[in-house]
Design a protein around this ligand. Structure first.
Ligand SMILES: Cc1cc2nc3c(=O)[nH]c(=O)nc-3n(C[C@H](O)[C@H](O)[C@H](O)COP(=O)(O)OP(=O)(O)OC[C@H]3O[C@@H](n4cnc5c(N)ncnc54)[C@H](O)[C@@H]3O)c2cc1C
Length: 465
């Protein structure tokens, strides 16, 4: 007799493991199939967490080398122990992935170790690393198998000289010259890590701007700051060829003019694609769109009864917190509740220095939709806490509907933007007006005062500018 579960989840990333915990909390007998040796998916193992650990370490290194003297702190020669930095990153990852294992045990969720394939609605074959197969049955199957780096056709990723984000998280020495193909957030974050550690970094982007999904003003400001820190940009340039030359690589770029660049390592970060291979979707008839994403309705149901999907494998931004929101909402729907995910209130953050964070509509989107709005902007140069901290780069921009004053979008570039955006997300969730934020008392001196003042600026009454 096959084991039977109320809810069976395929994939233990932030979508899958969070759905599993919420389903178990709601009283469902729950199992999660995961083929990796550790839980937590892309996010914990090869994504958000290791990249942020390296961003933190490399930021400290850069600070020790260049920024402490202005505070009157003199230290001796600063040296890099890359192996120790990598070991710290691995330790952080291990602690968090084991934390998810603990949560599974606490909530009595069974981890079925192996690769899952749907053989029929309600039936999944789980094949372990040793080849042993087990058939399991479930009332509801949730596909949360995430995404993988999109390859560049014709360029082989060897994870040594031509690397994906996974390889770029584990280089064993600092490359002299790193070329990043793709000016999205993953390329910019990992490019920043290696630039701070000493690499000469060049970002090649096919479009005429970086972080193309964000408000244009943020992207332009970010590019300016990163360029000042030493990162070079080749925009409107397409990678046409890579030649291996001895220990190095020669890249041919096409654009307004042909260019040749030399590199030691090339990071290919041109986006991610949904991970659906080997799931048995075609055989059972689960419908996917032309981009390979599983098609779901507003309640995450696929075209087949009893099979749902969440996270990177469906439409929407490929972000860990979006996957987790969907996981919670879906588990609650299976329990008969009526939760709702507001896709207009999902923040996006780029963890470069300065950080960039956004929620809601960009100015370009409002203009394209002919929505009348007012913009309030406040620079960190006029924020006392930013001055005391010595980080005055950037600004807060609030976009509010012209007549109703409802907050439509908030865009921040500056110190701790990823944390500051939380207030804006809450404002959007509550349908707040810019005046609501402007009249909310913020502690002094904090960076968050820049958010209040941007809201005041939307009504033409900022105090400190
Ligand atoms: C370098 C990098 C940095 C990132 N940084 C951020 C960030 O700062 N913030 C953010 O929000 N997002 C970030 N992301 C994106 C984030 O990691 C993803 O959006 C998120 O992990 C998606 O969650 P998920 O649950 O949909 O899938 P995943 O996390 O991809 O998990 C899917 C899991 O399914 C498993 N699986 C696949 N097929 C099968 C199968 N047949 N059987 C069993 N198991 C299977 C996989 O092994 C995997 O563990 C980053 C990604 C990368 C690569």
């Amino acid at each position: 007799m096959a084991d039977h579960y109320d809810v069976l989840i395929m994939g233990a990333g932030p979508g899958g493991y969070v759905a599993a915990i919420r389903a178990a909390q709601l009283g469902f007998k729950t199992a999660c199939v995961e083929s990796r040796d550790s839980l937590g998916g892309t996010c914990l193992n090869i994504g958000c967490i290791p990249s942020k650990a390296l961003l933190q370490s490399s930021e400290k290194f850069a600070e020790a080398r260049h920024a402490l003297a202005e505070h009157g702190i003199k230290i001796g020669e600063v040296a890099l122990d890359l192996a120790a930095m990598m070991a710290r990153k691995d330790k952080v990852v291990g602690t968090l992935t084991r934390g998810v294992e603990f949560l599974f045990r606490k909530n009595k969720i069974e981890w079925l170790k192996g690769r899952g394939r749907i053989t029929a609605p309600g039936r999944v074959l789980v094949t372990g690393a040793d080849g042993a197969a087990q058939q399991v049955e479930a009332g509801s199957i949730i596909i949360a198998t995430g995404s993988e780096s999109a390859p560049l056709p014709a360029f082989d990723i060897d994870e040594e000289r031509i690397v994906s984000s996974t390889g770029a998280l584990s280089l064993d020495r600092v490359p002299e010259r790193l070329i990043v193909i793709g000016g999205g957030y993953i390329g910019l974050e990992l490019g920043s890590v290696w630039q701070r550690l000493g690499a000469k970094v060049t970002v090649v982007e096919i479009l005429d701007r970086i972080v193309p999904n964000m408000d244009l003003e943020l992207g332009t400001a970010l590019q300016r700051v990163l360029a000042r820190s030493g990162i070079e940009f080749r925009l409107s340039s397409r990678l046409a060829g890579i030649r291996k030359t001895g220990d190095g690589l020669t890249l041919e770029l096409e654009g307004a003019e042909r260019q040749t660049l030399a590199a030691d390592v090339v990071l290919v970060s041109v986006g991610r694609r949904p991970h659906t291979a080997g799931l048995g979707l075609e055989a059972v008839g689960v419908a996917c769109d032309e981009a390979g994403r599983i098609i779901v309705d507003d309640g995450f149901a696929t075209n087949l009864p009893g099979i749902c999907a969440i996270g990177d494998v469906i439409r929407g931004p490929m972000l860990a917190h979006k996957a987790a929101e969907e996981g919670i909402a879906l588990a609650e729907r299976l329990a008969g509740q009526k939760p709702h995910v507001d896709y207009d209130a999902i923040p996006a953050v780029v963890y470069t220095w300065p950080e960039v964070a956004s929620v809601g509509k960009t100015e370009e989107e409002l203009k394209a939709a002919a929505i009348p709005y007012r913009a309030g902007k406040f620079p960190f140069t006029a924020n006392p806490r930013a001055r005391t901290n010595g980080y005055t780069e950037g600004f807060v921009k609030i976009l509010a509907e012209r007549d109703s004053d409802r907050v439509l979008g908030v865009h921040i570039i500056g110190p701790d933007a990823g944390t500051l955006i939380a207030e804006a997300v809450l404002a959007k969730e509550f349908g707040a007006s810019a005046e609501d934020i402007a009249r909310t008392c913020h502690a002094h001196p904090t960076l968050s005062e820049a958010v209040t003042e941007a809201a005041q600026a939307a009504a033409g009454r900022a105090i400190h500018i």
